[in-house]
Design a protein around this ligand. Structure first.
Ligand code: DGL
Length: 300
């Protein structure tokens, strides 16, 4: 596989751009393919079977471009579908965002013997207990408070900023009980949430570090590329960014520019009908053979 092969990054919508931004900052020479499944966002209340199918379809769509690494830049899809994706595409290097997020959270908790680590995430991520497992593996005595915060992804996808009173009210409702419990660290367990990271930081104050997995995830990708001798050298030409979305490319580009500040070159629209699930076998061409007489009758 050539070193100039792209890194593929996928999410249900805009959220994975927080990870794409960190990867671009850390590895500016890498080519990036970004896929936002905007027609089917949010993933957070869907089942593992559904999200796994979506992830297989997206990876299968990007596979002809021979990505050297795939990042599932969505906590929900990491929690529900990473294992399935690795099994479905055994030749592909695939990683998620939960392990890097857990690593960053444990580092931020410092030396406190039994820190209280808070996680806000989608319903599906919280139900999966993926953060409890990933953090528990690193700090056996950590206490955890994990809270589903399902209103936040739709607010981001709707384009509401941190100055919006609805956003502020929703976050306050979600975070106040965790703050009152004495949380030491808060993990943003959804890649959409860093859009409100400054606001959340202001609400919680300087004593509660707010962690998102993006930078740690970029370091994780770098390490994987170094290990497989696929990292582009720093003197290579600047990498490119190509985006694919399943609905409303202009809206995606507009919101990406507004929230993340980097211009997104005209995203390509991908119809859901063009996505194929490799585990379903070859696409079936349906042909209806109607007897000539029947066709004649229905035409009359
Ligand atoms: N960015 C996804 C995550 O990290 C959002 C999930 C959703 O679409 O609900 O979980």
């Amino acid at each position: 596989m050539p070193v100039c092969s792209p890194i593929a990054i996928l999410d249900s919508g805009l959220g994975g751009l927080t990870v794409a931004g960190a990867i671009r900052a850390a590895l500016p020479q890498e080519n990036i393919l970004y896929f936002g499944d905007t027609a089917r966002v949010p993933y957070g209340a869907k089942t593992a079977a559904t999200v796994s199918k979506f992830v297989r379809q997206i990876i299968d769509y990007l596979r002809p471009q021979e990505p050297k690494h795939v990042v599932i830049a969505c906590n929900t899809a990491t929690a529900l579908a990473l294992d399935d994706a690795r099994k479905s595409f055994p030749g592909l290097s695939i990683s998620g965002v939960i392990e890097p997020g857990a690593k960053a959270a444990v580092a931020a908790a410092g030396k406190k013997p039994s820190p209280l680590i808070g996680v806000i995430a989608t319903e599906a991520t919280v139900r999966s207990k993926a953060y409890e497992v990933a953090i528990g593996r690193r700090r056996t005595l950590a206490r955890m408070v994990c809270r589903p915060t399902p209103l936040i992804v739709p607010l981001v996808e709707e384009g509401r900023g941190g100055d919006d009173p609805v956003v502020q009210l929703a976050l306050k409702q979600y975070l106040l009980p965790m703050y009152q419990e004495g949380m030491d660290v808060l993990v943003l367990g959804c890649t959409h949430y860093p859009v409100y990271k400054d606001l959340i930081g202001r609400m919680l104050g300087p004593k509660v570090p707010v962690i998102d997995s993006a930078d740690q995830c970029a370091q994780d990708v770098r390490r994987r590329l170094v290990d497989s001798s696929l990292l582009r050298t720093a003197d290579a030409v600047a990498g490119t960014l190509r985006c694919y979305v399943t609905d409303d490319p202009p809206r995606f580009a507009r919101l990406a520019q507004r929230f993340f500040g980097f211009p997104v070159p005209k995203p390509t629209w991908v119809s859901i009908e063009d996505l194929h699930d490799p585990s379903a076998g070859a696409p079936v061409q349906v042909r209806i053979h109607a007897p000539a007489a029947a066709v004649m009758r229905s035409a009359v």
